[in-house]
Write a protein that binds this ligand. Structure first.
Ligand code: ARG
Length: 425
């Protein structure tokens, strides 16, 4: 009888290389290696050949860059999802897509198992396992690194005994994951939250200190919340595909030191961890998109959308994108983006990407209402009546509950103190 098969998410690194042989021995399954290209800057043919040399019966490269940008990155930009208000979720957004691709290959090749190289301590294992279970509950999951409990030295010995090439270059002092939407850096000296991230943690961004003294202005056109064109002349931007747009902005903004993030992050598994990110294009685009929403969405849309963004950020972070709840919220976001069309001019300078100008055919900005010059069209008399109703309830409350002729201490109104006895309870 033919052996069973497993589709392994293969990166070409030591862990997933050892995993090929370990799965052969431990599970007696044939391994099909699948490497997903989400813009992680690798020589993919070299990776593929290494998988075959290491013992995979087949090895595939899946170019998922376009799908990643179109179906994960841009919807996340439209939603405005930044985990804990800072992390653009690059790693988190890629995991469900990789899981989906693993399942597609598994079904096509008749595999009963899928496997990934995540450890048992991080978020990524949760994202893979949850995504796989949400899409293919019948699929069995193997997580070798989580299961084998080998130390680094034991792993290297295992590799040597099985003729698996161990990288000769000094291992990076960090654990890095990168794709088009950003680069995640952790471990090493970063594990002490007091340590400022050393320069060698960064690869995409120049230190803002050494960035050009002169700003660069870049113009971005959005259609329904999606960036579709860019250029340095607002009157003649160039239409480009999403992958090109994000790639170019990473270079452009990175050269101004834009996109460095230093974050104490709350992992899903209950651990606080020190995370450093580089996300030049993501930071720039979030700033630009939000500036355009400022012009095209109403006050209540902006307020409520922010609440939705917080919810969605956590769902993405927690690996729950393939849930009906996430889908429901996505429909809300898509609806909010119908009029988010227009142009934003962004200034890149010394580590900052700031919207310098915005315009839109759908703009709700009304000069006649907003201007402080004479001759404005705002109804000043209506303001008086409006305030009368707006404060009605407060006036009643003051009359009944504050006591006539007596104003309480300011501190007791707006700045109460908490007794030490209550702290820590
Ligand atoms: N803390 C980030 C996240 O959970 C980044 C994880 C980076 N992963 C890695 N394998 N280095 O999304």
């Amino acid at each position: 009888m033919a052996k069973g098969k497993v589709v392994l998410a293969y990166s070409g690194g030591l862990d997933t290389s050892v995993a090929i042989r370990w799965i052969n021995e431990k599970y007696d399954l044939d391994v099909i290696a699948v490497t997903v290209d989400v813009g992680n800057e690798k020589d993919f043919e070299v990776v593929r050949q290494k998988a075959l040399r290491t013992g995979a019966i087949q090895a595939f490269i899946a170019d998922a860059k376009e799908m990643f940008v179109r179906d994960f990155v841009f919807p996340s930009l439209q939603a405005g999802t930044l985990y804990q208000n800072v992390y653009p979720l690059a790693t988190a957004l890629a995991r469900p897509l990789i899981a989906k691709i693993l399942i597609d290959y598994a079904r096509r090749e008749g595999a009963t198992h899928v496997a990934h190289g995540c450890t048992g301590k991080g978020n990524d294992q949760v994202r893979f396992d949850v995504s796989i279970q949400a899409l293919a509950p019948e699929m069995q999951i193997i997580a070798p690194v989580r299961e084998w409990r080998m130390t680094r030295d034991e792993e290297i010995r295992y590799a040597q005994e099985h003729s698996i090439p161990v990288p000769v270059t000094a291992a990076s002092p960090y654990s890095v994951d990168a794709n088009l939407w950003g680069r995640s850096i952790e471990a090493g000296v970063l594990e002490d939250p007091w340590n400022e991230p050393p320069e060698d943690a960064y690869a995409w961004t120049i230190n803002p200190r050494f960035a050009p003294e002169e700003p660069t202005y870049i113009t971005i056109d959005f259609e329904k919340g999606i960036p579709v064109a860019l250029g340095d002349d607002p009157e003649s931007t160039e239409r480009v595909d999403g992958v090109t747009l994000v790639t170019r902005l990473n270079e452009l903004a990175g050269a101004h030191g834009v996109g460095r993030i230093d974050h104490i992050e709350d992992r899903l598994v209950g651990i606080k961890s020190r995370e450093v990110y580089e996300a030049p294009a993501a930071m720039l685009l979030h700033a630009a998109h939000s500036a355009l929403e400022g012009l095209t969405l109403s006050r209540e849309q902006r307020r409520f959308k922010e609440i939705v963004a917080q919810e969605m950020s956590q769902l993405i972070y927690d690996g729950r994108m393939f849930s009906p709840h996430f889908r429901d919220l996505s429909y809300y976001v898509a609806s909010t983006q119908r009029h988010v069309t227009g142009t934003v001019r962004v200034r890149l300078l010394k580590g900052q990407a700031v919207a310098a100008g915005r315009r839109s055919p759908q703009s709700l900005y009304d000069f006649g209402l907003a201007t402080y010059e004479t001759g404005d069209q705002f109804d000043h008399d209506a303001a008086v009546s409006f305030i009368k109703l707006f404060s009605q309830g407060l006036r009643t409350q003051a009359r009944v509950q504050l006591g006539a002729g007596h104003t309480p201490e300011i501190r007791s109104l707006v700045a109460p103190t908490i007794d030490d006895d209550d702290a820590g309870v």
